[in-house]
Each structure stands twice: as C-alpha cells, then as structure tokens.
Design a protein around this ligand. Structure first.
Ligand code: ADP
Length: 524
C-alpha cells in the first residue's frame, strides 16, 4: 500500500517528532511534510496532494483555524485534524463547525492513530458516494442524449413513411410512383423494426433473458448469409465487399441467428462509416481452438481514446462525420454481449481518425469440431406443401387484417377474416380453419381468451394458433405459450416470412401423429 501523505502544520520540531512517533506507533505508514508558518503551509497546500492535514491550533504568525479556512477554500474535502495542547471544549466544537474533521489533544496522543483511521474511512466513504452520484449523473446525461437521439432516429423513418404515403395518395400518382413509395415504406419499416429489436435485445441480454438456440455449425455459412444481407447496402454506396474464408475452418457451437446478427451489425457499420467506394473485408480464419472473424474497412476510423468505450451502450464518436450516419449507439453493445454469451471475445483496432477500423470476433471452436449444414428447416419443402388450407385472420384493425388476408390469398390459402374475439371463435367453429392468425389485443374477448376457448373444444382443439401482437416482451411470449399458442409473432410482420412460418407449422404438424402431437404440445 502507498504511504499516507500527511501535511503537518506545527512550529515545534519536538511536537512534530511526537506526532510522527504516535503515527508510527499506531501502525500507520506515512510520509509527513512538516511546515511551520503560513507561507510554507500555503505553498505545500497548492503544490502537494495530501491525504490528510494535521494542524496545531496556535502558531506565532498563523493559526489552525485560518489554515482550515484556507484548505476548505481550495475546495478540498481532505480530512483536517487539529492536534493541539490548548484546545478548550468550546473552541474544539467551533473548529468542527467550521469544517474540521476531528481534534486530538496533545495530552491524549493515543487517540491520534484511531482518529486518523476514522477520518480516512469517512473520506473514503464520501469519495465512494461522490463517485456513485457522478455515475448516476453521467447515466442520466447519457439517457437524455439517448432519448434525444431516439426521437431523432424514429422521426427520420417516420417522416420518410409519411412523405411516401402522401405521394402515393396524390390523385395522379402513377403505378411506378406508388410502387416506389411502397418500397420506401418497406425499407423504413425494416429500419424501425431493426432499431427496436436491437434495443430490446440489449435489455434482454442484460437481464439474462436471451435463450440461445445453439447448434454445431459452419461459420462460413453464417458469413455468407451476413454478406448477402448487407450486399445491397454496400452496392448502394459503391463499396467493394470482399469475403475470404480459410478452407480449414473448425465448426462452432452457436446460435446461427445471433452470430449472423453480430456479423451483419459489424458489416453494416463498416458500410456506414466508410466513404463511398470504400473497401470492406470479411475474413474468417481459425485454429483448432478458435475461429477468428475480422471485419475491416478503410473508412473514417475510430479515435484511439474512444476505442475502449465504443462497446458501451449509446457510445458514439462525437464528430459530425460519425453523427451524420445516424444510429443509436447500441449495435456494438449488442455485438459484444452476443459474442460474450457465446463465450467469445470482440475487440477493435484502428490507427485513429481516417485510418479505417477493424473489428475482430473470436469464437471458441466446437468441442467435437465438424461442419454441419443448416438443418433448421429440415424436411420442409415449401414447393411440395399444397396450400389448400383455410386460415382465419382475427384482427380488429381492418386495414391490417385486409393486408394480411390478401397476401395469404395471393400465396394460395383460403382466408376468412373476423374483427373481434367472439366472432373469431364463432367463425373458427363454423369454418374449422387449419390455422388462426390471432391478434392478442382484441376488444371484449382478447386473443388469450380466444386461444383458451379454441383449445377447450374438441372441434377446434387442433387448430394451429399464431399470435400476432405489438408486445415483444418475454412475458407476452410466455403468456401466449401458456394460453396454447403455437407461435408468437411481433408486429410488424414481414408477410413473406409469415407465409414461410405457416408452411413450416403445417408441415411440422403433419409430421406428428395428429392427436399425439397435439397432446404433447398442449397437455390438458
Ligand atoms: P451506431 O452505429 O448506431 O451509432 P454502434 O454501437 O454500432 O452504434 O457503433 C457505435 C459507434 O462506433 C458509432 O456511432 C461510430 O461512431 C463508431 N463505429 C462503429 N463501427 C465503426 C466503423 N466500422 N468505423 C468507424 N466508426 C465506427
């Protein structure tokens, strides 16, 4: 431990030695600077950094109370203890009122060491509290910045959507213009969904609520999917996107969706933070123990002092070059958290502003390393699934119901629509659909009650139920699972994905012996 640094105001060398002796005797390791007058005290106070000040009360040209005032004026809360032979009780109390930490009479020097220990412990406690308050203030400031940014980031896509809607509604809007507007709306909705997903994911991981669906997989496969996902964006900005993958790559045991999310985030950043016509590289290499994934760009780079903070929530490089690219500052936080829950590591390298950046993700190789193909949708061949089924859509939002219904019809399904829970139940009994797409927030009888009703009657018990809701939280998923839903989708849903899901659920149901399958899925 470092010795304690003490400034001692005492004109008598003898008393100085006495104090030193008692301090040593009390087991305190200290370096003590003794000063004898005002000038020396002031000089040391300004230049030195002391953990503690000890002061005599009366000196020939100076006094301890003035020394105390001088110390406090310097706005320092360093512990200040009077050590004096002449301090009466009243004066002692007065010094405490003026900000002294304690006093020790020279007749009772055995009290000195304990008084010092106490004063230091109190100072430490004060320091901790101060740091905690500062951390809270900083968190509060970051929250304000974040909210302002969130509003900004939400407003941008919203205004693009609003403009496109207005354009499409113009009386003379051509089919091309309408198609263009729909494209804009589609892209912006994607962006909004992505933003909200990232935010919710960060919270879920922080609360330990994300469940990984790990399997042994070929990292090259994930890399290819990630490249496919960001290619349109890279093309738009004229970037060259190069992907190099070592032949001898071990497999990893990981959740493919989450690892793809990591790579897509890193690649999208590389695209975003590189001026047009840049060069972006994705390189995968490995040893028998580790797979390294490097995403390198020749973009704007990251200042050296920001590199340790860049993975913290909402951290962004505050330069106009960076900020003009938008974003909430949660992408890299998510990357780090996702990599860490896979027992991996991620770090950044950049020579600084203007020198490009490189992000390196390291994932442990799978224990029994082997390459396994993507079998998530094993046995489902969409083209072979005849779509002669009826789907019931229950949604109180007429527009939403109509849009989903017409998309499902275009995909070859028979569709019936109901706009509230009660008529949903009646229609289901009458029509016996194969699957119900059920909004949860319905008036009078909500989606949970509809599901419970369908499950409790033999004629509707086997209908597949897919919940559709604006509530993505885990407890909403849990609740819908409990109510007997087969699947839970969060709005907005990409309709093409919905059709894939419907096909998959039906195929899965067909692969089970009917009643047995239902028994397993929904025990009575
Ligand atoms: P966002 O991009 O939404 O701001 P991220 O968490 O993904 O949030 O990134 C945080 C910050 O790190 C960005 O705002 C940007 O300043 C910096 N950054 C991330 N990736 C790169 C990169 N490839 N090149 C330069 N800066 C980057």
């Amino acid at each position: 431990m470092n010795p304690l640094r003490i400034l001692h105001l005492e004109d008598s060398p003898l008393d100085g030695d006495l104090v030193r002796a008692w301090i040593t005797r009390g087991g305190i390791v200290a370096t003590i600077d003794r000063v004898e007058n005002r000038a020396m005290f002031e000089d040391h106070l300004c230049k030195g950094h002391y953990d503690l000040i000890l002061a005599d009360y009366a000196l020939p040209d100076f006094d301890g109370v003035s020394a105390l005032a001088m110390t406090r004026r310097k706005n320092t809360c360093v512990p200040f203890i009077f050590v004096s032979g002449t301090l009466g009780e009243e004066v002692a109390i007065e010094t405490l009122k003026q900000g002294a930490t304690d006093y020790v009479l020279k007749q009772h020097m055995e009290r000195l060491a304990p008084a010092i220990e106490r004063a230091l412990a109190e100072a430490r406690e004060r320091d901790e509290k101060r740091r905690a308050v500062e951390a809270l203030r900083e968190a509060d400031r970051r929250k304000d910045v974040f909210l302002a940014m969130l509003a900004h980031e939400l407003r941008n896509p919203l205004s693009a959507i609003s403009n496109s809607v207005q354009l499409a509604r113009l009386p003379d809007a051509s089919p091309q213009r309408i198609a263009w507007s729909l494209d804009v709306i589609h892209n912006q909705v994607d962006q909004l969904s992505h933003l909200i997903d990232d935010l919710l994911d960060v919270t879920r991981i922080t609360q330990g609520k994300i469940q990984l669906r790990k399997r042994v997989l070929d990292p090259a496969e994930i890399a290819r999917r990630a490249v496919e996902a960001v290619s349109p964006l890279a093309d738009e900005r004229g970037h060259e996107l190069i992907c190099s993958i070592d032949d001898r790559l071990p497999s990893v045991e990981a959740d493919p969706t989450r690892i793809e999310q990591v790579l897509v985030n890193l690649l999208s950043n590389a695209v975003k933070y590189t001026e047009s016509r840049g060069r972006i590289e994705l390189a995968l290499s490995g040893t028998p123990e580790i797979v390294s994934i490097r995403v390198k760009d020749n973009g704007v780079g990251i200042p050296v002092d920001m590199q340790s903070r860049i993975f913290e929530p909402f951290a962004q490089v505050e330069s106009s070059l960076h900020r003009s690219r938008g974003g909430l500052g949660v992408g890299l936080t998510l990357v780090k958290k996702l990599v860490e829950i896979h027992e991996g590591k991620v770090h950044v390298r950049s020579e600084g502003v203007g020198s490009g950046s490189e992000f390196i993700v390291e994932l442990p190789a799978a224990k029994q390393s082997r390459i396994v193909g993507d079998r998530t949708r094993s046995g489902i061949d969409r083209s072979a699934t005849p779509r002669r089924f009826t789907i019931l859509v229950v949604d109180d939002n007429f527009d939403a119901a109509a849009a989903v219904a017409s998309f499902l019809e275009l995909s070859g399904f028979e569709v019936v629509v109901a706009h509230d829970g009660r008529s949903g139940i009646e229609t289901a009994r009458k029509v016996r659909p194969r699957l119900v797409l059920l909004d949860i927030g319905l008036p009078v009888v909500d989606g949970y009650q509809v599901a419970a009703d369908l499950r409790s009657h033999p004629e509707t018990r086997n209908i597949l139920i897919v919940g559709l809701t604006g509530y993505g939280e885990d407890n909403a998923r849990e609740r819908s699972r409990h109510a007997g839903f087969d699947h839970h989708l969060v709005k907005p849903v990409e309709l093409a994905k919905l059709v894939e899901l419907v096909d998959a659920l039906i195929a899965e149901q067909e692969s089970r012996p009917d009643d047995f399958g239902r028994e397993l899925a929904h025990p009575a």
